[in-house]
Structures are given as C-alpha cells and as structure tokens.
Design a protein around this ligand. Structure first.
Ligand code: AMP
Length: 438
C-alpha cells in the first residue's frame, strides 16, 4: 500500500496523519485498519516500532466519531502494562484525534488521581489506562465502563508477565458483552492464546513477525570488551560516532546512575531512567531526550523498554540482557517508523552465552568490530562469531493488500444518548456537552 489515502479514513484523520508527516502506512496499519473499520475483532502479533498504535488508534477514533453522543461517555478502553506506554498511546490518540471532537484521559498510578478524576467528571470518550489505577478509580465510582464498545489490550504478553491477569478479569467483568476486542502482543505464548480464545470473537489474526521488521533496518554490531573497559569504550564511541539521540541499557539501576554521572562528567549530557526514579523524574528525562536537551538516556529495561521517541539514532546494549527477546525489544527503540538506526552491543567474557542466544533468536551473526582500543581477547576467543560482513539490509516494508470498503459493522450501536440522566454513572457530571452530535 502506497499511501494513507487508500485507507478508508475520514478527512480529519487524514489531516492529522499528514501533520505527523506519515506517508506510507506500515504493514500492520495497512492490514488491520480495513478489518477494524468493518467491526472485526483482531489478534495482532506485533511489537512496538511496527506502527501498531496507529493501527488501532486511527480506526477506533474514526468509529467513535461516527456516532457521537451528545455528552462524551467512555466507549473505548485501552489497557497497557506500564504508565510509560499508557502515556505514549494516549498521546497518539490525542495526536491522531486532534481534529475530532473527542475527549480522553490517561489513567495510571504513581501520580495524584485528582486531574484524572477531573477529566472523568467532565466526560471522556476514551480511556487509556494501566489496570491498577483504573480499578482503583472504578472502585471509587468515578469510572463507568457500561457503554464500552471498543476494548484494546496492548502489549498483552507484558501485562500477563507483570501479573495483571486478575485485574484484567475484574475489568472485563464490568464491560458490556457486545463489543469489538483488539489484542496486541509481541509474542503469543499459551497464556495469550487462551486469553484471545476467551476474549476475541472470530478474530482476524495479523502477524507482523516480531523481530525481522525491526532487526532488518537496524545496523547491528558487537564489541568484545572487558567489563572494566566498557565505560571508556562507550565514551570513545559516543564522541566519535554520530550519536544524535541514544539510549543505553544497563543491567542495574546503580550501573545506570554511575554511567550517567561519568557521561555528564565527560560533558555528554545524559540522564538516568529506572525504577527508583519518581514518575516525574522519568517523564522529565524522557522529555529532555525528546526535546534534544540531552543526547543520551541511560536506563534499565523496566523503565526504558517501552520508550517511544522518534529519531533515536543509537541503542547501546552496555550490558547484554539475559533474555534474547529483550535485546530485540531494546534495539527496537531505534529504527522507528521505517527509519534506520544503529544498535551497538558490548560483550564481556561472561556474556558470551547471552550473545549466542541473541544470534540464535535473530537468525544471524552480529558484525564484530575489532577496530577499537579495548579489545578483549578472552571474550572474543570464546566467540563462535566469525562474521565480519555487513548483514544489514534495507527495510522491506512494501505491502499491498486488497482493501474492502464494505462497512459491515455488526456492532451494537444502540445506546442511551441522554447521558445526563444516566444514573449508572454515579460520580460523573458529564459537564462536557458537545457542540456537534449525531
Ligand atoms: P508504534 O509501533 O505504534 O510504537 O510506532 C512506532 C513509531 O512509528 C512511532 O514513533 C510512530 O510515531 C511512528 N509511526 C507510526 N506509523 C507511522 C507511519 N505510517 N509512518 C511513519 N512513522 C510512523
């Protein structure tokens, strides 16, 4: 598919897409948007970096806009595993929906609930939430989900990994039975397969193979280096490589702090992001990277993995992760939206096993860079990696698919439009009357 015009999206969304400077739909967008606009359930096997957020945000916004009640009422609910992801997804809803008369709120813990309650009282059409705080506000009577038509579970595998299944079940229990369900997951282990069987009705399954799209457009390399020399090598690389905007992954929070200090001492602006930092500090660090105030973010996986900052030029695996999938997630912070990116890994003699596992998973050897001041023969000697050729290839994003304009949405559109009199919304004032309603 060559451009967004071929998708059956309304003009205000097309305008927002143009304002975001998107030209070509990504594979998951081209494949899922037509299906979702027909009201189908969807199982999307895709990780961040594939454009999956727009693949559900655009059709959900369009369908919300098709049938505006006089007062906003929660009709779309997106559940996310982390507040960082919730904020990013909600930002996308706001960005793509900026020419529509729709309102939403982002609900997550670790911050005061007052602004969130205020938004809920004014009335919202969509909620993007992490499960814990949502249940908390539901318990206090601030959230009415009885009119939800669209449910999205984003990064469902991570939600289950983080132990959210009970919370999700509690939320599902109060939703109307008839609704359109979307489940996105980077991987489909048995637990997700079961959840999708329980939740989805005749879903369309779309697989955007989890590793390949990201890996292929990222220039990956590995340096064999002793643990004690990693800092110095990093400084050399950051000084010599054209690192415009980078994320460095460390194993520990202390490691991230120490490295940040060292970088700043060397005059390289950087900030740390990890679980010990307050929500405010994390947001500030993220904002500083987005605004170009710092060049490098140093973080652990929990905080840094879901980061969605365009134009990240470099990802450094300062320490290799134990799980090879995590490596793929990490390097997916660069090469976003079809752009290229550089991923540099450091491997010391104790990390050889991890490197082997990563190469097995991605199905290729990572280029070894020997030409540096701190080669570690010990790490290299135990290496089976003999490949010095450049395996980086272009992005194969070309995708064409027959589009169906037949809008046959068998969803329940019946709803009570006089929101003000709905006594199932105990603490919602719905003070937000819409100027336009259908
Ligand atoms: P996601 O996989 O949803 O996290 O999106 C990855 C990144 O790609 C985000 O930074 C989006 O802004 C960007 N993006 C999404 N769709 C497109 C597109 N069609 N063209 C260019 N960039 C895009």
């Amino acid at each position: 598919m060559k451009n967004f015009k071929e998708l059956d999206l309304i003009e205000p969304l097309q305008r927002a897409i143009a304002a975001a400077d998107y030209h070509t739909p990504t594979e998951i967008q081209a494949r899922s948007i037509p299906e979702l606009l027909q009201g189908k359930d969807l199982l999307g096997c895709a990780q961040t970096g594939t454009g999956k957020t727009a693949s559900f945000a655009l059709p959900v916004l369009q369908m919300l806009d098709e049938d505006l009640p006089e007062y906003p009422v929660v009709r779309a609910l997106v559940l996310c595993p982390t507040r960082e992801l919730a904020i990013q997804v909600a930002d996308s809803f706001r960005g793509y929906g900026k020419y529509l008369d729709l309102h939403g709120v982002t609900i997550y813990g670790g911050v005061s609930d007052k602004p969130q309650i205020k938004e809920l009282k004014e009335g919202v059409d969509w909620i993007v939430a992490t499960p814990g705080r949502l249940l908390d506000l539901m318990g206090q009577g601030y959230v009415d989900l009885s009119e939800v038509e669209f449910l999205v579970l984003d990064e469902a595998d991570r939600m289950l990994d983080m132990g959210f299944i009970r919370d999700i079940e509690k939320i599902l229990a109060v939703l109307p039975k008839k609704r359109q369900n979307l489940l996105f997951s980077a991987t489909i282990p048995d637990s997700i397969a079961k959840l999708s069987r329980d939740l989805l009705h005749k879903p369309v399954r779309i697989d955007v193979s989890p590793e390949t799209p990201t890996v292929e457009r990222i220039d990956q390399s590995v340096y064999f280096v002793a643990k004690r020399d990693k800092k110095r090598l990093l400084l050399d690389l950051v000084r010599s490589e054209e690192v415009g905007c980078g994320i460095i992954f460390t194993r520990t929070k202390h490691g991230a702090n120490r490295l940040t200090k060292r970088l700043n001492k060397a005059g390289i602006e950087s900030m740390a992001i990890h679980g010990n930092k307050s929500q405010g500090a994390r947001q500030r660090a993220l904002g500083a990277l987005k605004d170009g105030k710092i060049r490098l973010l140093v973080g652990t996986d929990v905080a840094a993995r879901g980061i969605d900052v365009d134009d990240v030029t470099h990802v450094f695996n300062y320490d290799l992760p134990n799980e090879p999938e995590v490596y793929v997630h990490r390097i997916g912070r660069t090469g976003r939206g079809g752009r290229g990116g550089t991923a540099i890994a450091f491997c010391d003699s104790e990390e050889r096993g991890q490197l082997n596992d990563i190469e097995k998973l991605i199905g290729e050897s990572i280029d070894v860079i020997d030409d540096h001041d701190y080669p570690d023969e010990g790490a290299k000697a135990s290496s089976s990696n003999q490949n010095n050729g450049n395996s980086n290839s272009g992005n194969k994003n070309g995708n064409s698919r027959n589009r169906s304009r037949n809008r046959n949405r068998n969803r329940n559109r019946g709803r009570n439009k006089s929101r003000g009199s709905n006594n199932s919304q105990p603490k919602q004032n719905n003070g937000r009357q819409r100027s336009r309603s259908n």
